[in-house]
Design a protein around this ligand. Structure first.
Ligand code: FES
Length: 74
């Protein structure tokens, strides 16, 4: 299930797997719920801790990051 607003998260350095199927119970992170959906998580690798805005409307053209597409949804 998608929400119609971005997820702002502060992530530590390292690799993070971001849900792209909308079904994770641990959003914005992948929890394996995508199995059988044909979708896969996006990997983000950060060299240093960083605040990021992640798409949670499913429409961003720059996934997993928000590109403000949620503001154009009806
Ligand atoms: S649970 Fe959604 S992509 Fe893995």
């Amino acid at each position: 299930m998608y929400n119609n607003k971005p997820n702002m998260v502060e992530l530590p350095a390292g690799t993070h797997y971001i849900c792209q199927c909308g079904n994770s119970k641990n959003k914005p992170f992948c929890d394996g719920s995508h199995a059988g959906s044909g979708k896969t998580p996006s990997a983000i690798t950060l060299e240093a801790p960083k605040k990021v805005f992640l798409c949670d409307c499913g429409e961003s053209k720059n996934k997993p990051f928000c590109d403000a597409s949620h503001t154009k949804k009806a």
